[in-house]
Design a protein around this ligand. Structure first.
Ligand code: BGC
Length: 420
């Protein structure tokens, strides 16, 4: 039964990433990848995307119109460090202007430092396979936080390290397209180091410089529920879960687990200020399988829509790490906007009724964008985008979300209007 609910003090907003929306040439691994024909589902390229690099003012007005309270955006490493060791002040100033504009309209900004794409120079040297990659990443992080740390107190160091490793080094679906478990382990281990060192560095810089606001650093973890179809599938479900989202626990605690290692390179500690969860779907385990439960509603990409999963995962992570929860991504590929209102209602209800300290919710995504290997074929936006004309269209679900933000919850008239 649908019923009204209140979202208490949870701040509501949206998330995006630079490579997926900016367009405008830069030398990064995804721009290079899109050139290699046949690699993407369509003939698109992140070179086009939403042309947000030029149109950010227009997009910020839409963010204002929607009444978003929080906004998660990423910085494009390849613009900030286009050549190894050479940093571009102009690029940083561009981001500063964008962030200042958002803040003027009362939107709190969360900055992601790495969201899947690498500068071409870094990728061609070996990327996160390199032993020195944590030091290279830390140099970039240091530059950024010194340059924008007065404006920004909230950071995501890495977006979904587990998805990046799985698709780039295990399933060969993303650049550099490797099927190499040994390399996957090496990259994951280096990413853990990247997070641990960046966590400490961001805190240090902001404290030493006396930058204002409470520093909040974490990473955005892609979590799925792995449900065994039958009791006999339990061991496999546990194994898949451990390999996909168990190894990243080292990013919270500082201690590696096998097969990454057993040591705590920076000592045992607490390397997070919030629990960052990206949630989309679950895996129904009956043999090795990557799909959801048969017969359940699915999004345009065939992913099961399973709202209860958000509640399950928030409870699990909170029990283990006890910190404020930030749902750093949650959304649905739904070009015709058939499910998005229901999706929002059901997932936000998990938050409203969880009894957990969920401080923030970032819907993925603000607008349709370049969806990695799916190109322009998957529509995750509250705002639609015609990539030819660049026309933005406010979907019905965006109006629903706007009302949720205004009312800080869902009322009976909203249920009658949007969910019937
Ligand atoms: C990623 C986004 C992506 C979304 C939808 C998340 O895994 O962080 O970049 O667009 O899922 O697939």
């Amino acid at each position: 039964m649908d019923r009204p609910y209140s979202l208490g003090s949870t701040l509501l907003g949206c998330a995006t990433s630079a490579t997926q929306i900016e367009g405008s040439p830069t030398k990064n691994s995804w721009y290079d990848w899109a050139e290699e024909s046949g690699r993407l589902k369509d003939a698109s390229s992140p070179k086009n995307a939403n042309q947000h690099w030029q149109r950010w003012r227009e997009d910020n007005r839409l963010i204002q119109e929607m009444g978003l309270q929080v906004y998660r955006m990423s910085l494009e490493w390849s613009r900030i460090e286009p050549e190894e060791g050479h940093f571009c002040r102009q690029a940083v100033n561009h981001y500063r202007a964008e962030i200042e504009d958002l803040q003027k309209m009362g939107v709190k900004v969360l900055v992601t430092l790495h969201h899947f794409s690498n500068p071409s120079w870094f990728e061609s040297r070996g990327g996160f396979l390199l032993k020195e990659s944590p030091a290279i990443f830390l140099r970039y992080v240091t530059y950024v936080v010194e340059a924008i740390g007065d404006l920004v107190s909230d950071y995501v160091t890495l977006n979904e390290p587990n998805v990046y490793v799985t698709l780039s080094y295990f399933l060969a679906q993303w650049p550099p397209a490797k099927h190499n478990p040994g390399q996957a382990v090496r990259v994951m281990r280096n990413l853990v180091y990247c997070h641990l060192t960046a966590y400490r560095r961001i805190h240090r810089i902001r404290a030493e410089r006396g930058f204002p606001g409470r520093t909040m650093v974490g990473f955005a973890e892609h979590l799925r529920v792995f449900t065994p179809a039958q009791p006999k599938d339990r061991p496999l479900a546990n194994g898949m879960e451990y390999l996909f989202q168990g190894l990243t626990e080292a990013m919270y605690t500082g201690r590696l687990t096998l097969p990454l290692g057993v040591e705590a390179p920076l000592g045992d500690g607490r390397f997070y200020d919030y629990i960052g969860i990206n949630y989309y779907t679950r895996i129904w385990v009956h043999g090795v399988n990557t799909a959801g439960r048969p017969g359940r509603p699915v999004n345009d990409l065939g992913w099961e829509i399973y709202p209860e999963g958000l509640g399950i995962l928030m409870r699990h992570r909170y029990k283990r790490f006890t910190a404020p929860i930030w749902v750093t991504e949650n959304g649905v590929a739904d070009r015709d906007d058939k499910y998005r209102c229901r999706f929002l209602y059901d997932h936000l209800r998990q938050i409203a009724e969880s009894g957990l300290p969920v401080e923030r919710y970032y819907h993925w995504s603000f607008m349709d964008n370049f969806e990695w290997a799916e190109g322009e074929t998957a529509a995750f936006g509250l705002i639609g985008c015609d990539f030819q004309t660049q026309k933005r269209t406010i979907r019905r679900s965006a109006r629903f979300y706007k009302e949720i933000i205004q009312n800080h919850g869902v009322t009976q008239p909203m249920i009658d209007h949007y969910l019937r």
